[in-house]
Design a protein around this ligand. Structure first.
Ligand code: PLP
Length: 367
C-alpha cells in the first residue's frame, strides 16, 4: 500500500467510527469522508461522483455490472465476453446461461489483442452486453476499448470494461471508450484490499445483488467500509498525480525484457502490442514456470506463473491458449510485475537471481 493511503486509512479508522447512514455528528463525519473518497475515485475514473458505487471487491463489481447489463432487456438475450477476461468475469458464463442468456466468446489475435472483426461479426440487435477488459492482467496487453465502445454504440449494446489493471497506470477510458460500466480495485493501485468500485454511467441499468439497508443508492446494501473507502480514495488521488511515472516504469520493463531475451532466449508474450508499463509475461523455453518461480522465491524474488485459477483446464493460462501459444511454451511462462518503487538496481538484482535460477532449474531438468 502507498504509505499515504495507509496513513489516511489509519486516521479514518480512529476518527470515523460512525455509521455513514446515521444522522448524528459522528455519522455525518463518516458520510463526509465516504463522499470525499467517492469524489476522489470519480476523479481517477473521469466520471461523476454519483456514478461511483463502492463494492467489496472488483469481482463483486464485475458481477454487478455484467448481470445488470445482461438481464436488463428481455429482447436481448446474447452476451459477448472476450476470450481473455479475468475469471471474475469469464466464470459468470454458466450463471448467465442459467438465466437463459446465450454467451459467446470474442476471440483474440496471437498478439493478445481482441479481434475487432470477430466482434463486429458477433454483434447484432439481440446482444445485450459486451465485456472487454481495458488491459490484461497477465500479458498487460491494452485492449482496443475505444473501438469496442464505438461498435457497441452502433448496436445500442451495453459495454462493460474491467479496468482493474489499467487504472492508475494508463489514462482512464471512461470518456474515450464510453463504457456503461467500468470496474476498479483499490489494491491494484496501491490502496487497501477488500474494496472495489463500479462506475456505472447515468441511466445504465443496475440490478442490486445485495438487498437490505439500501446503501450506495440501493445498488449495494451493506454498511459502508469507510476506512477502506478513505484508503481507496487516497490511492486514487495519488495514482492520478503519478500517471506520468509510466514511461520510466516501461523503460525499466523493456530493459528487463531485452536481457531476458538475449541471455535466456525468453519469448515475451504480447511484446509487439501496446501494453501496460509494469507487466512482463515471458516464457523461458524448456524451463517450467513453476520451477523458476520456486527458485526465484528462494532468492527473495516474488514472481507469478499464469496463476492456476486462470487455467484453461490444463492449469495453463487461458490467455496463452487463446493466443495460440503451444502448451509446452505456455508451461514455461513467468509473469514479472514492476511497481512504483522499482529501481534500476532492483532490475539488476532480479536479472542476477534469474540467471542463478535458470542455471539451477536447467541442471535439475537436464542434468
Ligand atoms: N479483474 C482483474 C483484471 C484482476 O486482475 C483482478 C485481480 O486480480 C480482478 C478483476 C479481481 O479483483 P478482486 O480480487 O479485488 O475481486
Amino acid at each position: 500500500m502507498a504509505p499515504e493511503a495507509a496513513e489516511e486509512m489509519a486516521r479514518a479508522q480512529e476518527s470515523f467510527f460512525g455509521n455513514p447512514s446515521s444522522p448524528y455528528l459522528e455519522g455525518r463525519a463518516a458520510r463526509a469522508a465516504l463522499e470525499r473518497a467517492r469524489q476522489r475515485a470519480s476523479a481517477l475514473v473521469g466520471c461523476d461522483p454519483a456514478e461511483v458505487f463502492f463494492t467489496g471487491s472488483a469481482t463483486e463489481a464485475n458481477h454487478l455490472a455484467l448481470r445488470s447489463a445482461a438481464l436488463a432487456d428481455p429482447s436481448r438475450r446474447r452476451v459477448l465476453i472476450s476470450a481473455i477476461e479475468h475469471p471474475g468475469v469469464y466464470d459468470q458464463w454458466d450463471d448467465l446461461e442459467g438465466e437463459g442468456i446465450s454467451v459467446q466468446e470474442i476471440p483474440v489475435e496471437g498478439s493478445g489483442v481482441l479481434n475487432l472483426e470477430a466482434l463486429g461479426a458477433l454483434l447484432g440487435p439481440d446482444v445485450a452486453a459486451v465485456s472487454v477488459m481495458t488491459a490484461h492482467n497477465e500479458t498487460g496487453v491494452l485492449q482496443p476499448v475505444e473501438e469496442v465502445g464505438r461498435l457497441c454504440a452502433r448496436w445500442g449494446v451495453l459495454f462493460h470494461t474491467d479496468a482493474v489493471q489499467a487504472l492508475g497506470k494508463v489514462p482512464s477510458p471512461w470518456r474515450t471508450a464510453a463504457p456503461h460500466y467500468l470496474v476498479v480495485a483499490a489494491h491494484k493501485l496501491y490502496g487497501p484490499k477488500g474494496i472495489g468500485a463500479l462506475a456505472a454511467r447515468k441511466g445504465a441499468p443496475l440490478l442490486p445483488m445485495l438487498r437490505g439497508g439500501g446503501q450506495e443508492g440501493g445498488v449495494r446494501s451493506s454498511t459502508e467500509a469507510v476506512p477502506l473507502a478513505v484508503g481507496f480514495g487516497a490511492a486514487c488521488s495519488l495514482a492520478l498525480d503519478r500517471l506520468d511515472e509510466a514511461a520510466h516504469m516501461a523503460s525499466l520493463r523493456d530493459g528487463l525484457e531485452t536481457a531476458c531475451v538475449s541471455r535466456h532466449g525468453a519469448a515475451v508474450h504480447g511484446a509487439a502490442s501496446p501494453r501496460l508499463p509494469n507487466t512482463s509475461f515471458a516464457s523461458f523455453p524448456g524451463l517450467p514456470g513453476a520451477d523458476l518461480l520456486s527458485a526465484l522465491d528462494a532468492r527473495g524474488v516474488a514472481v507469478a506463473t499464469g496463476s492456476a485459477c486462470h487455467g484453461a483446464g490444463s492449469g495453463l493460462p487461458r490467455v496463452l491458449a487463446r493466443m495460440g501459444v503451444e502448451s509446452a511454451l505456455a508451461g514455461c511462462a513467468l509473469r514479472v510485475s514492476l511497481g512504483r518503487a522499482t529501481t534500476g538496481d532492483d532490475v539488476e538484482s532480479f536479472l542476477e537471481a534469474l540467471s542463478e535460477s535458470v542455471s539451477e532449474v536447467r541442471s535439475r531438468c537436464h542434468g
